[in-house]
Design a protein around this ligand. Structure first.
Ligand SMILES: Cc1ncc(COP(=O)(O)O)c(C=O)c1O
Length: 424
């Protein structure tokens, strides 16, 4: 009654008229109204906005490679635009050639055969995560999410009706949960565990031994595992990326691998990701996607195909540049009093602790939280970082090193200068 009245009132109102408070609540569904905006995108947008206004801001917020997409991939997309076959709807699950290439690529990585029918091509890895959650979760199903976590996971779980259960980790375990950590929060309602290695935001790469134990534990309790491997190609030093499925192949019937071209081929804007899973899960997810978004843009799919099947030297070139910046960033951060930073072994983020700065004074105000630190840093030093609160890990900030090397050095210099002016 109230809702109908509200709708009629709202649609007939002149713009700018003020509606009663209860009207606002009923216009947006509870489910969507509860979604938190992406803090990482917000920080990036704020930095860009300030820059557009002429402020010399250095942004460490971006979660995307600063390189352009390699030329051969762009060229494949140009060709694809000219082919009328790509102007039409194509199968929801993805172009057959791309599904086959993804199945083969995943099979090579994991040393396990996959059929093209086990692949669903999605609008980016984010969409794959949402599709997986929507396909797997019923209201009340609990999902274990190790923190620090990528900001989207709890929101995707909630949107799908599930209940996120955060499992805290810290730098003493390399930000990797143990089986004991996970077991401590498992209940009869637990259905899914989300793993992300290499991790955004910590850069942690799960040790194969620990990952294997987690996989075996999930198998023994009949839990699903969503393994987000989107940073699989960005691993440094002696670390090695392993997939939980490669370590525990028996998990095949209850494991969904999420991946995409965004980070590996500098293709964030093309929006191509995928999930690979058991046939029944994929079939259901394809049905779901067929009613929601249909196929991913054919031109983008053709570009992704060119990336996956083409010369891979571009991947190593970008990775080695990231590695140099990673080492430079780590060295700078570790030189700042009050800041400590575990070595990130993958992805393109550092996740330093700023706990040592808490309690200091800035303009007469006590620095109490990492969010407060990030705000002050932006205001005073014109440097944008993402506060750990966004990743379920207060006391930290995330800095991306997927950025121009000179800007990075200047930004780190500004952070050091800002911190040196805080008083005890
Ligand atoms: C951990 C993780 N997973 C998935 C994604 C999704 O990537 P995209 O949707 O751009 O393919 C991102 C992007 O930042 C990420 O950091």
């Amino acid at each position: 009654m109230c809702k109908h009245g509200t709708m009629a009132h709202a649609s007939g109102s002149p713009l700018g008229s003020t509606a009663p408070v209860e009207t606002v609540a009923s216009r947006i569904s509870t489910r969507v109204g509860a979604v938190a905006p992406s803090a990482t995108l917000a920080v990036d947008a704020k930095a860009k906005e300030l820059r557009a206004a002429g402020v010399d801001v250095i942004g460490f917020g971006a979660g995307e490679p600063d390189f352009p997409t390699p030329g051969a991939i762009v060229e494949a997309a140009v060709q694809a635009c000219r082919d009328p076959a790509n102007h039409k709807y194509t199968p929801t699950a993805g172009l057959p050639e791309l599904r086959k290439a993804i199945a083969e690529k995943t099979g090579r990585r994991i040393a396990m055969p996959f059929e093209p029918s086990q692949v669903l091509v999605t609008n980016g890895g984010k969409h794959a995560i949402f599709n997986a959650c929507a396909t797997l979760l019923d209201p009340g199903d609990e999902v274990l999410i190790p923190a620090p976590y990528w900001t989207t996971y709890p929101e995707a779980v909630r949107l799908a009706g599930g209940a996120p259960v955060v499992v805290a980790t810290d730098s003493s375990s390399g930000f990797v949960p143990s089986v004991a950590d996970l077991e401590a929060v498992r209940t009869p309602a637990t259905k899914l565990v989300i793993l992300n290695s290499p991790s955004n935001p910590t850069g942690a790469v799960y040790d194969p031994g620990v990952l294997g134990e987690i996989g075996t534990w999930a198998l023994s309790h009949g839990l699903w595992v969503l393994s987000d491997e989107i940073y699989e190609s960005l691993v440094y030093g002696t670390a090695r990326h392993a997939s939980v499925l490669e370590l525990v192949p028996e998990l095949g019937g209850q494991c969904v691998i999420v991946n995409g071209v965004a980070k590996t081929y500098a293709m964030t804007g093309w929006r191509v990701g995928w999930l690979v899973g058991p046939p029944d899960l994929v079939e259901a997810a394809v049905n779901f996607q067929s009613q929601v978004t249909s196929n991913v843009s054919n031109v983008a799919q053709r570009a992704a195909l060119a990336g996956i099947t083409g010369d891979q030297s571009c991947v190593e070139q970008m990775r080695s540049v990231f590695d140099l910046r990673r080492q430079e960033m780590l060295e700078h951060l570790r030189g700042i009093p009050g800041v400590s930073c575990a070595e990130p072994e993958g992805a393109f983020y550092a996740f330093p602790s700023v706990e040592g700065i808490m309690g200091t004074n800035w303009r007469g105000k006590v620095m109490e939280t990492s969010a407060g630190f990030a705000d002050a840093l932006l205001e005073e030093a014109k440097v944008a970082v993402v506060p750990g609160e966004a990743f379920g890990a207060p006391g930290h900030v995330r800095l991306s090193y997927a950025m121009d090397g000179e800007a990075m050095a200047e930004g780190l210099r500004r952070i050091a200068a800002f911190v040196s002016e805080l008083s005890a």
